[in-house]
Design a protein around this ligand. Structure first.
Ligand code: IPE
Ligand code: MG
Length: 231
């Protein structure tokens, strides 16, 4: 979700107001995804590296978490969204931790759509924490496979992403889902995150639909056959 700061600067507004509009864009996008039958949405809200930002911006973002949870979680819960927070919680304040606990608890029985919010997350952090937890469980070198390590990754509750969208015009992954995005289709747009809406989402989905996915094979992957009941 990149481009909040530039969105605000272009309007001669403080960056934190761009982040506020970013929260509105997120809620809009969650709803649009749910309406389209998307079952898993994972968003990058705060990276392990974002602590380097000026103190004022970091504390503004932390306050925004508290506001966003109290303002939006109830409605998302009623819309059938289940929230998971992924990332290193050890460095966030007790207030932010309590907000995350509240968001997860209030939505834990939902199953229409899973929203994973990556916060104080980094793709490299995720791989290292997965290895450490696997080792703590007593797994040795011979026990470790891609499948076993995947069970320790922070997003083990979600399938690998099909589509990876970055707004804000930069053409890089910036330490997001390094492990999980191995075969994700990448989509980059100049749209700044606060301007992202259902139309932007549909453009990304249309681009995705036109891609040919081969997963290393020579022929396009076909959808698994469905039984009559499922159809
Ligand atoms: C992304 O927007 C939001 C967060 C990292 C929290 P930015 O704050 O990176 O916005 P730009 O890139 O400065 O426009
Ligand atoms: Mg940015």
């Amino acid at each position: 979700m990149d481009g909040n700061g530039r969105w605000a600067s272009r309007r001669r507004m403080p960056r934190v107001l761009g982040h506020e509009q970013g929260v509105e864009a997120l809620v809009r996008t969650v709803r649009a995804c749910a309406e389209r039958g998307i079952e898993y949405l994972t968003v990058f809200a705060f990276s392990s590296e974002n602590w380097k930002r000026p103190e004022e911006e970091v504390s503004g973002l932390m306050k925004l978490v508290l506001v966003a949870v109290s303002k939006h979680v109830q409605q998302l819960a009623e819309a059938g969204v289940r929230i998971h927070i992924v990332g290193d919680r050890s460095k966030v304040s007790d207030k932010v931790k309590a907000s995350w606990d509240q968001a997860e608890a209030a939505t834990r029985h939902n199953s229409r759509m899973v929203l994973s919010v990556a916060f104080n997350y980094g793709g490299r952090w995720d791989i290292v924490q997965a290895c450490r937890r696997a080792m703590a469980d007593g797994l040795g070198p011979d026990d470790l496979s891609e499948a076993t390590l995947a069970r320790y990754m922070a997003l083990s509750h979600a399938p690998d992403p099909d589509l990876f969208i970055r707004t804000g015009g930069e053409l890089r992954i910036s330490n997001f889902l390094l492990w999980q995005a191995a075969y994700a289709e990448l989509y980059f747009t100049d749209c700044l995150w606060p301007d992202f809406d259902a139309g932007q989402l549909d453009a990304a989905l249309a681009a995705y639909a036109a891609r040919e996915r081969r997963f290393g094979d020579v022929k396009p992957a076909t959808a698994p056959a469905r039984t009559a009941e499922e159809v």
